[in-house]
Design a protein around this ligand. Structure first.
Ligand code: ZN
Ligand code: ZN
Length: 122
């Protein structure tokens, strides 16, 4: 990893990516779909233009997670990587925890708080 470069990947290392611009926002999502996609109580995402997200190694598996959204993950280890919604197809959301340094983009807000589980403290 070069100085100042923003990189990440999946748990097993088969998928690697780099980010070529500073993300526009960073959120924690409590929606049902994110919870199931990641098997977690909530999921932190950062967003950026699709052309700024570059896969440098491997081929993530893509699936349709709802009528208007697709997600990708590593088919070897299962790490969730991206989310794209057709309504804002120019933008990709990337799981903050897949960054080599997840401290780089701390979440600024919570979304879908109405789906939040009662035992999740924010
Ligand atoms: Zn993997
Ligand atoms: Zn969500």
């Amino acid at each position: 990893m070069r100085e100042g470069e923003i990189t990440g990947g999946c748990m097993c290392g088969m998928i690697r990516y780099k980010v070529t611009t500073t993300p526009s926002c960073s959120t924690i999502c409590h929606c049902n779909d994110c919870r199931l996609a990641c098997g977690a109580q909530s999921v932190a995402w950062f967003s950026l233009p699709v052309e700024s997200f570059v896969i440098t190694k491997g081929n993530p598996k893509t699936y349709q997670s709802s009528n208007n959204a697709t997600r990708t993950f590593c088919h070897e280890c299962g790490t969730s990587l991206t989310y794209i919604n057709e309504s804002r197809a120019h933008e990709v959301d990337v799981t903050t925890s897949s960054l080599d340094d997840p401290e780089q983009f701390p979440p600024e807000k919570q979304v879908y708080e109405e789906h939040k589980l009662s035992w999740v403290k924010v």
